[in-house]
Design a protein around this ligand. Structure first.
Ligand SMILES: Cc1ncc(COP(=O)(O)O)c(C=O)c1O
Length: 365
C-alpha cells in the first residue's frame, strides 16, 4: 500500500523565514574575527568562568527549576521582587513563552520595522499576525506602533536599544507607548543592550514595569556579561504573567552551569566596567572613522554599529566579501529589510583596527 500522507506543520509554519544567526567561520581561515552576533569581545569575566568551572562537579544533577539562587541575586541586584522574574534559555525564550501564553490564531503582535526578529518568529508559530510599524530615521516610532494596535493585539514589542539599528527610545516615548495601550495588551521592553547605553535621556523601564499590570522588561546575560553560549535571560513581569508562563515553561529550561555563571557575572563589576569602557571608547572612534571613509554609520548606543553602503559600486555585499577576505565576519542584515547595510560588533582594539584597515582599503578600492 502506498501512503502519500505526510506530517503537516500547522498553518504558517513553513512561511516563517528561518532565523539566520551570525556566521562563525570563513573557509580557509583558522581563527576569523567574529563580529557578527554582538557578543562581548572580551569574553566572559573571571568570576563567571570560575563559577562555570566549579559547576562541572554538579552537572549530573538537574538544575533548580525555579532558579532560586539566581532569582535572589537578580532581585537584589536590580531591586526587584523575586517572584516577578521569569528566567529563560536566553531572553529569546522569554519572548517565545509570552507569545505561547498570550497568542492564539488571529491575534496579532505589533513590532517595529527593523525590530529584533526573534519576537516575530515565535509569534508566527502561534498563528498570530505580525504587524510592523514603519520607523522614522531607523528609530521606533511609538505613534506608528499605536496606530497598528487593535482589539486583537495581545503584545507590543520594543527594544531599546534596538538591534540592528542601535537606536533607542527615551523613557518618555516608552511611557507614551504604554499609556496608549489597553490594559490587556502586554508591552514587552527588551533591554538586552541596556548596560552599554551612555545616552542621558535613555532610561530603563524597570521602574515603569513595577507598577504596571501589563509590562514585561527583559534583560540578558549574553551581552555585557559575555555568556551568550550559556543562554540565560530574564523578564521582569507582573505576577499574574509569571504565574501563567510557569504553567507551560519547561521545568528545567535553564541549565545549571548557566545559573552559576550568571550569578557570578552579576557581581563582577570590574568585567562589566571593562566591557562598557571598551565599547564607549571604540563606538565613537569606529563611527567617525567609517563616516570619514564615506559610508553612513547610524548613531548607536549598543555594542555594535550599523553601516549603510551605497546601492551601487561599493555595496554592502562587496564590503562583506572584502571583510571576509581579511578574516572578519560581520552581519549582513538583509533579513531585517536592510540589504544595503552591515552590522559590526565592537571588538577588541586589534579587531577594531583590523575593521578600519579593511574598510579603508575597501573605500579606496
Ligand atoms: C535586541 C535583542 N534582544 C534579545 C537578544 C537575545 O538575547 P538572548 O541571548 O538572551 O536570547 C538579542 C541578541 O542578539 C538582541 O539583539
Amino acid at each position: 500500500m502506498t501512503d502519500t500522507l505526510a506530517p503537516t506543520p500547522k498553518p504558517g509554519i513553513l512561511d516563517i523565514a528561518p532565523y539566520v544567526g551570525g556566521k562563525a567561520s570563513i573557509a580557509g581561515i583558522a581563527e576569523p574575527m567574529k563580529l557578527s552576533s554582538n557578543e562581548n569581545s572580551l569574553g566572559a569575566g573571571a568570576l563567571a568562568r570560575e563559577a562555570f568551572a566549579a559547576s562541572l562537579s554538579k552537572i549530573h544533577i538537574y538544575p533548580d527549576g525555579h532558579a532560586l539562587k539566581l532569582r535572589a541575586g537578580v532581585a537584589d541586584h536590580y531591586g526587584l521582587e523575586p517572584g516577578r522574574l521569569i528566567f529563560g534559555n536566553g531572553s529569546d525564550e522569554v519572548f517565545a513563552l509570552l507569545n505561547q501564553v498570550y497568542l492564539t490564531a488571529g491575534d496579532n503582535v505589533v513590532v517595529s520595522q527593523y525590530g529584533f526578529l526573534a519576537y516575530q518568529i515565535s509569534a508566527k508559530g502561534c498563528e498570530a499576525e505580525v504587524r510592523q510599524a514603519p520607523e522614522t530615521n531607523y528609530k521606533c516610532d511609538v505613534e506608528a506602533m499605536l496606530a497598528l494596535v487593535d482589539d486583537r493585539t495581545r503584545l507590543v514589542y520594543i527594544s531599546s536599544p534596538s538591534n540592528p539599528t542601535g537606536s533607542y527610545n527615551t523613557g518618555e516615548e516608552i511611557r507614551r507607548l504604554h499609556a496608549g495601550l489597553a490594559s490587556n495588551v502586554i508591552l514587552v521592553v527588551d533591554e538586552a543592550y541596556a548596560e552599554y547605553v551612555a545616552a542621558p535621556d535613555w532610561e530603563t523601564s524597570l521602574p515603569l514595569a513595577r507598577d504596571a499590570a501589563n509590562i514585561v522588561v527583559t534583560r540578558t546575560f549574553s551581552k555585557i556579561h559575555g555568556l551568550g553560549g550559556l543562554r540565560i535571560g530574564f523578564g521582569y513581569a507582573p505576577l499574574a504573567v509569571c504565574q501563567a508562563v510557569d504553567r507551560i515553561r519547561l521545568p528545567f529550561n535553564v541549565n545549571c552551569a548557566g545559573l552559576e555563571a550568571a550569578l557570578a557575572a552579576l557581581s563582577d563589576e570590574a568585567h562589566q566596567k571593562a566591557s562598557r569602557d571598551l565599547v564607549q571608547t571604540w563606538l565613537p572612534r569606529l563611527t567617525q572613522a567609517i563616516r570619514g571613509f564615506g559610508f553612513e554609520v547610524l548613531p548607536s548606543v549598543g555594542n555594535f554599529i550599523l553601516v549603510i553602503f551605497p546601492e551601487e559600486g561599493r555595496t554592502a555585499s562587496a564590503a562583506n566579501e572584502h571583510l571576509m577576505s581579511r578574516g572578519i565576519i560581520v552581519r549582513a542584515v538583509g533579513g531585517y529589510g536592510l540589504p544595503n547595510a552591515l552590522r559590526i560588533t565592537i571588538g577588541t582594539e586589534d579587531q577594531n583596527r583590523a575593521v578600519l584597515d579593511a574598510l579603508s582599503e575597501f573605500a579606496a578600492g
